[in-house]
Design a protein around this ligand. Structure first.
Ligand SMILES: Nc1ncnc2c1ncn2[C@@H]1O[C@H](COP(=O)(O)OP(=O)(O)OP(=O)(O)O)[C@@H](O)[C@H]1O
Ligand SMILES: [Mg+2]
Length: 263
């Protein structure tokens, strides 16, 4: 850690993890990890392979339970609240592997995301009852991600960059207060990453949602994050502004030989 203590008298953090530890068999994936995400804040989560980044997202979304420590959402302990309830109260996540239905159109995928987050059990008749609100959410998500012209295309025909954009659109339509993104730029060509950065920035502007974004593309993280958390072998070694993290000696050491752009 940088040794800096955050003192906030203001509203509770949207998300807080308190000394979260997770072990898989003999492997300690996370050790006493405490982070907080403020309302509307974008927190970038970086670290070498196997550092525990996806595990920490799973702890926040509820996919995994910590062995020790707790998670709170607007000050309420949600450590034992199941995934679907967290999702319904506004915790939305995209997975490291794609969650898009390839044979459905872009519009249907977004509509599905909007309905699933509002209704629990998914059915098309419910869509008609709630049609107006869902349509607005779908329209907004399409425009924020610049997918307006592609609404009727099957998702399988999208390029990789647009497919990741569709995942962001689905998160937007779901209307989450917190968006959890696990390597949104994975597998993208360099040219598409700029578009993704813009899409995420626009999504944030439109919704005011908080975000936790896991990425190996350090430049993307430093550009869009308010603060950057760095995990190394399960331990939080830095959590500060991008500028402070870039200059942090422990971070440089963890990345030595991995990303020369940090050196
Ligand atoms: N379900 C699991 N069962 C056993 N071990 C696991 C499981 N999930 C993660 N691990 C282990 O926990 C550690 C942290 O994994 P995690 O996937 O969180 O890392 P990561 O930072 O997301 O890595 P990457 O950058 O490669 O995605 C690794 O040693 C991994 O092998
Ligand atoms: Mg991962």
């Amino acid at each position: 850690m940088t040794g800096r203590t955050m003192t906030t008298a203001s509203p509770p953090a949207v998300i807080e993890t308190h000394e979260v530890s997770v072990t898989f068999g003999g492997i300690r994936a996370l050790q006493d990890v405490s982070i907080d995400v403020k309302d509307g804040e974008v927190v970038g989560l970086i670290g070498p392979n196997g550092a525990g980044k996806s595990t920490l997202l799973n702890i926040i979304s509820g996919q995994s339970k910590p062995d020790a420590g707790s998670v709170s959402f607007f000050g309420n302990d949600i450590t034992r609240v199941p995934v679907y309830q967290r999702a319904r109260s506004g915790l939305a996540r995209s997975f490291q592997s794609t969650t898009v239905f390839p044979t459905m159109t872009v519009g249907e995928n977004i509509r599905y995301a909007a309905l699933a987050s509002r209704g629990g059990q998914f059915s098309w008749w419910m869509g008609r009852v709630r049609g107006d609100r869902v349509s607005v959410a779908v329209r907004e998500a399409l425009s924020a991600t610049r997918l307006e012209g592609s609404e009727d295309r099957p998702a399988s025909t999208l390029g990789h960059g647009q497919a990741r954009g569709l995942e962001v659109a689905m998160l937007l339509a779901a209307g989450g207060r917190v968006m959890l993104l696990d390597e949104p730029s994975a597998g993208m060509a360099a040219g598409d990453v700029a578009g993704l950065t813009e899409t995420i920035a626009r999504a944030r502007e439109r919704t005011g949602a908080s975000m936790v974004i896991v990425e190996h593309k350090i430049s993307l993280i430093f550009e869009i994050s308010d603060r950057v958390a760095v995990l190394d072998r399960g331990t939080l070694i830095a959590f500060d502004t991008p500028a402070a993290v870039a200059g942090d000696a422990a971070v440089k050491k963890a990345y030595l030989g991995e990303d020369p752009s940090l050196g």
